[in-house]
Write a protein that binds this ligand. Sequence first.
Ligand code: NAP
Length: 234
Amino acid sequence: MKTVLVTGGSRGIGRAVCEAFSKEGYFVIINYNKSVKEAQTLCDSLKNAVTFRADVSDKEQVAAMVAAFPDIDVLVNNAGVSLFGVFDSVSRESIRELYDVNLFGTLNMTRAVLPSMIRRKSGAIINISSVFGECGASCEVDYSASKAALIGFTKALAKEVGPSYVRVNCVCPGVIDTDMNARLTIEEVESLVESIPLERLGKPVDVANAVLFLASEKADYISGAVLAVDGGLV
Ligand code: NAP
């Protein structure tokens, strides 16, 4: 049985990714940080799954988690936080937290999991970036920059570890209906939907299907790719 570790698997997109991999017969490690109840409820509803609490921005917690599951086949770097506000109005503390989770969390997890994948000459890493990492968003400058960094990271690492048969890809969701967008008003949602060619917000499962594909054998010759799941937005 193959093993997948999904960071931020407790809610939203991560939760849908855990459900999709479980249906496909994977053993699922649901990583979470604060949402213990949500993670446990999800775990109880899946066949072969466990939860593991670890803050991905903390190298020691990441090391302890990966030590408990040494042979991970698929790593989904999904954990992320958003930050809204005019560029020079956001606090240094929130900026630091944002990069610590969105960028350094992904680097910490990848560094911890890669040696075993390289040793076994097999593995898939899927990073959840954002369409804002491609096109930028006003009032989400640091968020966009952190997500753009993940695109560069994906492309470069794919080149470096390709000879070890480890594939690294990236998914860029558009506007997905999760807690992350709960602050949007109905009017803002309506206006966003008008700009989306497929005329609806994305669902977490839309992203999960793309992640599952990139992890599968059907994507065996795909590495360094950036796949938008955005209803045609960008
Ligand atoms: P969400 O509903 O807010 O869920 C965020 C997840 O990240 C939660 O499971 C949370 O776990 C986890 N998380 C946050 N900080 C963490 C940390 N330090 N360590 C471990 N886990 C942590 O967000 P979402 O919409 O599902 O977003 C998931 C990913 O997709 C993010 O990377 C986000 O940037 C990206 N994305 C989302 C959208 C969108 O429109 N929703 C669009 C583009 C990209 P706990 O609650 O357990 O702390």
